[in-house]
Design a protein around this ligand. Structure first.
Ligand code: PHE
Length: 454
């Protein structure tokens, strides 16, 4: 309990709850979701994602928040407190943010660069097809922006000014949604061929369905909702008993999926239109947002201003997520190694720079280095999203379903009133989710090792 008190006195209980909500909405929604949707079949990916989100995502998020609130501990202590044999789940879950934060910050650096680029009149240059690839192929500049992004994150965590940032994000979120809707309407109405792209994005084409659709949708779900890495457990440990876990989960889910949906609607049809309906262009991967959006802005009146504001808001959303990642790691290091906040932050800052460098250099100096057919950023993304998170999620389901028993968590959720989706929660956690996660875990591993082609 003492460590929790220490941490809560730093951000305050309400502050931490807000930070957890801010943690979910980030680059995952705006950068990662659209490129996966574009790559894995558009409408069919969207449909799979939404179905997984309301069943599987819901159950897992409720479970994590309830575990946190029941034990009043961070993930490291929570699993240990409930059952010593599952302590490793807490440890594994805690390592995941260490893998994500560095490459997340590399992308955060790209966003920062684009914001400054738009601000200083670089829009037309950035709207050029080859600009993005040329930019990330430079050795120096992307590293400087990455460093800046990590430094700002670290400074906020060191000075504990999350509250200020959270206030900013309260204003930012509605503005971001408003701006996204505006951009969607503008591009669909004015760009030739965008409508076909909208259809590609919302109309499921079942012939495009493959196991990879489910694998990637599920990885994205964990990532976007900040699941399977203990963040929601910590979030739950700060939640008051009279607040409804069920309602909060629905709210986070709707908000998170809504923003991802809008981001897809903003980007996928535009790519479709600019490429003249060539589906090959949709598979570009991580660069998709950076290549497409500048072109949309360049066509708009006052595009430079709108683009600047847009990238600024994406940057703030990315920062709130990065802060939650760093705060989790710092809190664990402080507890485990009895370090003070500043040294702990410095350690994390240094480690993040070191681990992030390969992700950045993977596009430039180390472009030739491929591990399992992936360059570093994709590799880190794969290890965390497609391997470690499913393992943590699987272990959580098995633990809750067969050792702790769902009833323990149902009781916790029911403290604030009737648990309406109780049956679904139990069936999901006990039977459907474990089988499902195991299947996708196996298939994604086999795919990478080229045992099967999916
Ligand atoms: N959920 C965040 C996003 O969508 C990313 C994130 C993952 C943040 C894990 C914290 C922890 O961008």
């Amino acid at each position: 309990m003492s460590t929790e008190t220490k941490r809560s006195s730093f951000t305050g209980k309400i502050g931490f709850v807000l930070a957890a909500a801010g943690s979910a909405v980030g680059l995952g929604n705006i950068w990662r979701f659209p490129y996966l949707a574009a790559k894995y079949g558009g409408g069919i990916f969207l449909l799979t994602y939404i179905i997984l989100s309301v069943t599987f995502g819901f159950a897992l998020m409720v479970a994590e928040i309830a575990i946190g609130r029941k034990t009043q501990q961070s993930p490291l202590g929570a699993f240990k407190a409930l059952d010593k044999r599952f302590a490793w789940v807490g440890i594994l879950g805690t390592i995941i943010p260490v893998i994500i934060l560095p490459y997340y910050s590399v992308i955060g650096g790209w966003v920062t660069k684009y914001m400054f680029g738009f601000l200083t009149g670089g829009m037309n240059e950035m709207a050029n097809d080859t600009y993005f690839n040329g930019y990330i192929a430079k050795v120096g500049e992307p590293i400087v922006w990455f460093l800046l992004f990590v430094a700002v994150t670290a400074l906020i965590v060191i000075f504990g000014v999350q509250k200020g940032i959270e206030k900013v994000s309260k204003v930012m979120m509605p503005l971001l949604i408003f701006l996204m809707i505006f951009i969607v309407i503008y591009s669909v109405c004015t760009i030739d061929g965008a409508w076909e792209g909208v259809l590609y994005y919302i109309k499921p084409d079942f012939s495009k369905f493959s196991i990879m659709t489910v694998v990637s949708a599920m990885g994205q779900l964990f990532y976007s909702m900040s699941l399977a890495m203990g963040i929601m457990i910590t979030f739950g440990s700060y939640m008051k008993k009279e607040i409804s876990i069920e309602k909060s989960t629905h709210q986070i889910e709707i908000f998170d999926t809504g923003i991802a949906f809008l981001a897809g609607l903003m980007i996928v049809p535009a790519v479709f239109a600019f490429s003249g309906g060539d589906e090959g262009a949709l598979g570009q991967g991580p660069g998709l947002m950076f290549v497409t959006l500048p072109k949309v802005f360049a066509k708009m009146p006052a595009g430079a201003v709108i683009g600047t504001v847009f990238f600024l808001m994406v940057l703030l959303a990315a920062l709130t997520s990065a802060i939650s990642l760093m705060e989790t790691i710092v809190a664990v290091i402080m507890d485990k190694f009895k370090l003070k906040r500043i040294p702990a932050c410095l350690v994390v800052f240094g480690a993040c720079l070191l681990l992030g460098l390969p992700s950045s250099l993977g596009y430039s100096a180390w472009a030739g280095v491929k591990i399992l057919g992936m360059q570093f950023l994709d590799l880190f993304d794969f290890i965390s999203n497609s391997l470690m998170m499913p393992i943590v999620a699987l272990a959580t389901c098995i633990f809750v379903g067969y050792f702790l028993k769902p009833k323990a968590l149902v009781d916790e959720v029911s403290l604030s009133g009737e648990f309406k989706w109780k049956k679904m929660f139990e069936i999901m956690i006990k039977y459907i989710a474990p089988v499902f996660i195991l299947a996708i875990l196996v298939s994604s591993v086999l795919d990478v090792f080229n045992v099967i082609e999916i």
